[in-house]
Design a protein around this ligand. Structure first.
Ligand SMILES: [Zn+2]
Length: 602
């Protein structure tokens, strides 16, 4: 259902957040029905923007078994722990927004949008981990075809905006605003895609680079991750230009070409260019791919990513004297390394939910607005705001789901191991690589310290000289040295700075409030709905890093959000996106740009 007549919200005052309003009670579904549907702890997996966003689903029976007998059933109301804003629609540009909204609802526009995305999918831009420099490896050259495709398909964008190519294939568009005193906004996406495994082509309903439209969805690699984000952005600008819109605020669009390999040649170079030109903290906000919206616990929630975990690889190198294996020592380097890894797995990081984290805030949102969240969990979460015991109760329930626990804490996984060359020769060396994903409340330094302290007792027990991250921590007496252990880390990425999620700053709306109101406006308009409680917004966290990891110095307000419900097959077979989702995404970017353009305080 589409609405051509969105409700007008003319009063600026009504756009201010209703942070402390108590929501109307929502009907809750009978619990027995929930229990019938959810007999086991399951995991709902929502693919959004190519990132796996995991939503644990909890059942009453499991919760009851985990709750202590002392847990009270009383509910403390705490709507301020998940403040919601009102629908935010353009005011000064209302007529323009309304006109474009009507156009997006036409079948002619739908056909055009389908063609835009379908054509983008047909330009193969696969990203391989082993690609060489951009001037040497011919596998980059298809990026030029994608550039040409954009130039041909979006003529107004390419005649009005300034386009620069950064490191040959990175696209940097500047849409100059009339008021240089306003901080610009930054729109990000990437146009490389993960390769299609040739062995899986027969499993695709339609060929992966066909861009086939089956009457409902557009099929192919990149339809969800992330050519739809790029086409949604550029398509929104094209339609705004068609209507003669001239921005007050400057908008910059930066599109990477190697995100699926971590963005070292695309996003890193783009970010450096932008930083040099504009300086630190020079953007009012940044938006990139990330979480979307979906029904969770009986209610539709949008979960823009406001945080990202850190990551670090730690290499463990064990050296011992070689020799013939007929006269072995008590422990070979392989035996020592094995003991270290067993010790590591037996001592996982302690995991607790911290009240300051976005994950905790999101569960406050589920507790406040999710109609089918089991009541025992709801009570524990609500009471946990000022009860440590209730917080432990909530943890006990939530950590039954290992995926959720992994999202919250620092994880460790021994992913590579190597040692030995011959069956009758003692291995002089053995090494392993442990991958850590670092909790948002921790850091690379804290993780290194943890690992150094973890291995120190074993290093002493095995008589090893122990270097941890360049520092000598243990040196046995010369006649007791059996070998050495050296742990190092080539690369480490701290958790991302957390984007503030308050709705106003001294009475002035924040970028999070602007994004939240825009999400609500888009959702309503696309469905012909009215009111502020059709969709709720809570802070999310994607499981991986996006290209934004290079953009931290540019803004405190980074959002990983693509206004998309579902989309399937990102990074696997049968990737597709419904045409309706694409239209809603374009509607979102139009609303987002127009709202951003007239909120002078951002
Ligand atoms: Zn992506």
């Amino acid at each position: 259902m589409f609405s051509n007549e969105p409700s007008r919200v003319p009063e600026k005052s009504s756009l201010l957040p209703s942070a402390f309003s108590v929501p109307e009670p929502r009907p809750s579904r009978p619990q027995s029905r929930v229990a019938r549907f959810l007999r086991f702890t399951t995991l709902a997996l929502v693919i959004t923007g190519g990132l796996l966003v995991s939503v644990p689903v909890f059942t009453n029976s499991i919760i009851r078994s985990k709750l202590k007998a002392t847990t009270s059933n009383s509910t403390v109301s705490s709507p301020d722990l998940c403040p919601q804003t009102d629908v935010l629609i353009p005011n000064a540009n209302y007529d323009l927004w309304n006109t474009i909204g009507k156009e997006i609802s036409t079948s002619a526009f739908k056909d055009a949008a389908i063609d835009w995305l379908s054509g983008a999918i047909q330009v193969e831009t696969e990203m391989f981990d082993d690609m060489g420099p951009v001037d040497e490896d011919p596998r980059w050259e298809n990026r030029l075809l994608f550039h040409e495709y954009l130039e041909k398909t979006f003529p107004l964008v390419h005649s009005v905006l300034k386009l620069e190519k950064v490191n040959k294939y990175g696209l940097l568009y500047t849409w100059q605003g009339s008021d240089a005193s306003l901080k610009p906004g930054l729109l990000m996406a990437h146009f490389d895609v993960v390769p299609v495994n040739p062995e899986t082509i027969s499993e695709w309903a339609y060929p992966p680079y066909s861009g086939h439209f089956d009457g409902e969805s557009i099929w192919g690699r990149g339809s969800s991750d992330d050519k739809s984000g790029l086409i949604g952005t550029v398509g929104a600008i094209e339609i705004l230009l068609q209507q003669g819109f001239e921005p007050t605020r400057t908008f910059v669009a930066a599109f990477g070409f190697d995100e699926e390999a971590g963005g070292p040649r695309g996003a890193r170079e783009l970010a450096a260019t932008i930083l040099e030109r504009y300086g630190e903290n020079s953007f009012s906000f940044i938006i990139d791919e990330g979480g979307g919206f979906s029904e969770q616990y009986g209610t539709v929630f949008a979960t823009p990513g406001v945080a990202e975990k850190g990551s670090m690889n730690v290499e463990l190198d064990v050296s011992t004297p070689g020799g013939h294996s007929s006269v072995p020592p008590e422990h070979t380097s392989i035996g020592v390394l094995s003991a270290l890894l067993v010790h590591l797995e037996n001592h996982p990081f302690e995991v607790h939910i911290d009240r300051s984290t976005s994950t905790y805030q999101l569960f406050q949102c589920f507790a406040e607005y999710g109609t089918t969240l089991p009541s025992a969990l709801r009570n524990a979460i609500k009471r946990s705001a000022d009860s440590d015991e209730a917080l432990r109760d909530a943890e006990n329930i939530l950590f039954q789901n290992q995926v959720f626990k992994s999202l919250v804490g620092t994880t460790q996984a021994a992913d590579i191991i190597h040692g030995g060359v011959k069956s009758n020769a003692l291995p002089e060396q053995a090494w392993a690589i442990v991958n850590h994903r670092i909790a948002t409340t921790s850091s690379v330094n804290a993780t290194m310290k943890h690992d150094a302290e973890l291995f120190l007792p074993l290093a002493k027990e095995f008589g090893l000289t122990f270097f941890a991250f360049g520092e000598l921590l243990s040196l046995p007496a010369p006649d007791e040295v059996k070998g050495s252990l050296n742990i190092t880390s080539a690369i480490g990425l701290d958790p991302a700075p957390v984007t503030p999620t308050s709705l106003d700053r001294d009475g002035v709306s924040t970028p999070y409030q602007f994004l939240s109101g825009t999400i609500k406006a888009t959702y309503n308009t696309h469905r012909g709905l009215q009111g502020n409680d059709n969709i709720f917004v809570g802070p999310g966290m994607p499981t991986g890093n996006t290209d934004t990891k290079y953009y931290w110095p540019l803004s405190d307000h980074i959002f990983r959000y693509k206004h998309q419900n579902g989309g399937t097959g990102a990074h696997t077979v049968n990737e597709s996106l419904s045409a309706d989702s694409l239209l809603e995404m374009i509607r979102f970017f139009v609303t987002f740009i127009l709202n951003a353009d007239e909120l002078n305080d951002l």
